[in-house]
Design a protein around this ligand. Structure first.
Ligand SMILES: COC(=O)c1ccc(CCNc2nc3cc4nc(N)[nH]c(=O)c4cc3[nH]2)cc1
Length: 373
């Protein structure tokens, strides 16, 4: 067990990287997918199931946890790891993105964000310093800076204003974070879909010599090729010996291509949220089990899968559960989908180690298109 926080680049295949993030709470094998555990639970899953699927780290949200149950309360109860019974690394998002996407009446200025809780309407103010304080109270292993993510398309002036303020907030967060051995604070590159703003943001964050860097401001409605183009202007400016985390991404296709563009870490609600709504991710592509055509299909989702949810239950039964809005439907599809995502990541890591990543990517994507859905 290491006391420090350290990234080791083990091998690469083109721009695809195979690495490890060593933390006192365990090692994160990269490229890594982080299941989203917004309010301290990966919805519809037991965390030992999540671990068994191969997840080395999960994500929590400052915004949700500060509103309920409250950061000080979680600290009084021993911290988030103890509260939710997960002793491996946790990354927490800083709250800015969630405020802008979830709360009403919000104001954002140099001091921070002011907003009304979507839970009970109470008014809150969160500064960069308070966001880091909350993440510290939770006991987060990887803390994100507070930033401003601008939805695309947006005016260049607006994108630049938000990017420059996010840089000033990064400095304030670095000071507030101080020196927490074994933990890390990641900066977040902004700059929208404008290459020179992306380069400016990445190089300025580089000067702060942080332990890792996220690429934010993407997966906000832009076309995939814009996202990939922004990775191509951002990753070369970031240090090769630090982890790169693409926030909110994405579909298997997004992940496969982003790995080829230099990304090490991912998170997305896609597998769990869409699972609860009846969407199954399989090696053949996506299957919407709400669709009546599955009503008498006795086949499992994927008889070759090692996951019981994919191998042992008929599509007909899954269709019935989803149509009946039964909890077990969301549980089985979340299980199947997270198993698919972790198997994908394991395949990605192995392919990079063996120097055959571009073939693996092409085969996996083509399997989706060939789909027997
Ligand atoms: C069923 O699937 C879904 O409902 C679903 C919903 C949203 C996304 C996209 C999420 N995208 C996204 N999350 C993000 C989180 C972020 N956090 C910070 N601090 N800064 C950012 O700049 C940022 C950008 C993001 N982009 C993907 C999938």
């Amino acid at each position: 067990m290491t006391e420090a926080f350290q990234f080791k680049l083990l091998s690469s295949d083109g721009n695809a990287r195979r690495g490890e993030v060593l933390t006192p709470r365990g090692t994160i094998r990269t490229p890594a997918f982080m299941p989203v555990g917004t309010v301290g639970t990966v919805k519809a899953m037991y965390l030992d199931q999540v671990r068994e699927l191969g997840a080395d780290i999960i994500l929590g949200n400052t915004y949700h946890l500060m509103l309920r149950p409250g950061a000080e309360r979680v600290a009084r109860l021993g911290g988030l790891h103890k509260f939710i019974r997960w002793d491996r690394p946790i990354l927490t998002d800083s709250g800015g993105f969630q405020v802008m996407s979830l709360s009403s009446l919000r104001k954002l200025n140099e001091q921070g964000v002011t907003f009304k809780s979507h839970v009970d309407g109470a008014l809150y103010h969160m500064s960069p310093e308070r966001s880091i304080e909350i993440q510290g109270l939770l006991g987060s292993d990887i803390q994100m800076q507070l930033d401003e993510c601008v939805a695309l398309p947006a005016e260049p002036g607006e994108i630049e204003r938000a990017m420059e303020m996010s840089l000033r907030w990064a400095e304030r967060c670095k000071v507030a974070f101080g020196d927490q051995p074994g933990k890390a604070m990641f900066g977040i590159v902004q700059g929208g879909d404008i290459p020179k703003l992306r380069e400016r943001s990445a190089s300025a964050l580089n000067e702060l010599d942080l332990k890792g860097y996220a690429v934010g401001g993407l997966a906000v409605g832009e076309p995939q090729e814009v996202m990939l183009d922004m990775l191509d202007v951002t990753c070369p400016v970031l240090p090769a010996d630090k982890p790169r985390y693409l926030m909110g991404v994405g579909t298997p296709d997004d992940i496969l291509k982003s790995v080829a563009h230099g990304v090490d870490m991912f998170d997305c609600v896609m597998p769990t949220r869409s699972g609860r709504h009846g969407l199954a991710f399989t090696r053949y592509g996506r299957i919407n089990l709400r669709n009546a055509r599955h009503a008498e299909d006795a086949r499992p989702l994927d008889e070759q899968s090692s996951c019981p949810a994919a191998r042992d239950y008929s599509r007909a039964y899954l269709h019935h559960l989803i149509r009946s809005n039964e909890s077990l439907g969301g549980m089985l599809l979340s299980w199947n989908n997270l198993a698919y995502y972790q198997e994908l990541m394991a395949g990605i890591r192995k392919a990079i180690e063996e120097g055959r990543y571009s073939d693996f990517m092409a085969e996996t994507i083509e399997g989706w298109q060939r789909g027997d859905l």
